[in-house]
Design a protein around this ligand. Structure first.
Ligand SMILES: [Zn+2]
Length: 299
């Protein structure tokens, strides 16, 4: 098994909130996730500390195109000529990121630059899509792409031998903290997410690599808590949707609800800060509200 380096991108100065993963190959190196563009200098410095120059990155495997996972891919592609592998539904947004950028600007306003940085097109020749179950041979290694919608419609979990890089589909979990399902807008789909959790549980792997954050081996325990929490969050918000509560009220109550689970796990302020960076609660309220608006009649 190839050694995998977990690169802590120290997002917004907070450790263990966003990771990228480095695998050194025969000719060049592979990154799973690029992290945000705003943390590119951190990524480059940490690559250097492993003896890898940014220019030596030959392939970038993205789990999905959210800015905390894929925001720096264009810059690495430009600097290193790297190829970027993405779900077919994500490709158009990387070729022409204007819509992605516009929607992020609507959400983040003048914090856009400091949080995420820039987003520029990736040339078509460097962008590769991959089908469900398709194998990819890179640098003497075999990756398998598992289309795993639910958190995002264009999500891939990347299996490498006996490990799988789960992006956000296996949730967020930091150290001894809680296991939570990040639910940002726009395309949370609970039924699909549960199918994806089932797919992950059937893979012949013994480690999950979570972008938020790190490596975990208690796979069946992890996935069952994730699924229960996902159900609990969706059900929690339902009465607020039915009685037409406004988003501010929902957010206030959701914070109390989730922070109760943080207290139960004896998470201190530093740990809470990591979760706030990895999975901001206001995004979850927006995403869950959007889900009920779209799929409430089918839930
Ligand atoms: Zn995401």
């Amino acid at each position: 098994m190839k050694h995998i380096e977990i690169i802590d991108l120290n997002f917004q100065g907070v450790p263990e909130s966003i990771a990228a993963f480095l695998i050194r190959g025969q000719e060049g190196s592979i990154l799973v996730e690029s992290g945000p563009h705003s943390t590119l200098p951190v990524l480059e410095a940490k690559l250097n500390s492993f003896g890898v120059a940014l220019k030596e990155i030959k392939h970038i495997l993205l789990t999905h195109i959210h800015l905390d996972h894929a925001g720096a891919a264009w810059a690495i592609a430009r600097e290193a000529g790297a190829s970027v592998f993405v779900h077919p539904r994500g490709k158009a947004h990387l070729l022409d990121p204007s819509r992605l950028m516009a929607s992020a600007k609507r959400i983040y306003g003048d914090q856009m630059d400091s949080l995420w940085g820039d987003l520029q097109p990736i040339p078509a020749a460097q962008l590769k899509t991959i089908d469900h179950g398709e194998r990819l041979q890179l640098e003497g290694l075999t990756f398998t792409a598992w289309h795993t919608p639910g958190h995002a419609s264009h999500h891939i979990a990347w299996q490498l031998e006996n490990v799988v890089f789960t992006g956000d589909v296996a949730g967020a979990r930091i150290g001894q903290g809680v296991i939570v399902p990040p639910c940002p807008p726009p395309d949370i789909n609970i039924r699909e997410w549960k199918d994806s959790i089932r797919l992950l549980s059937r893979l012949d792997v013994d480690k999950l690599y979570l972008t938020h954050f790190g490596v975990f081996q208690d796979i069946s325990n992890h996935l069952s808590i994730l699924e229960k929490t996902l159900d609990a969050w969706v059900d929690w918000i339902k009465p607020y949707i039915l009685n037409g509560s406004n988003p501010e009220t929902i957010l206030q109550d959701f914070k109390l609800y989730v922070e109760k689970s943080y207290e139960d796990k004896k998470m201190g302020p530093e740990m809470k800060d990591k979760y706030a960076k990895a999975n901001p609660l206001d995004m979850n309220v927006s995403g869950l509200m959007r889900y009920w608006q779209k799929f409430g009649d089918q839930h």
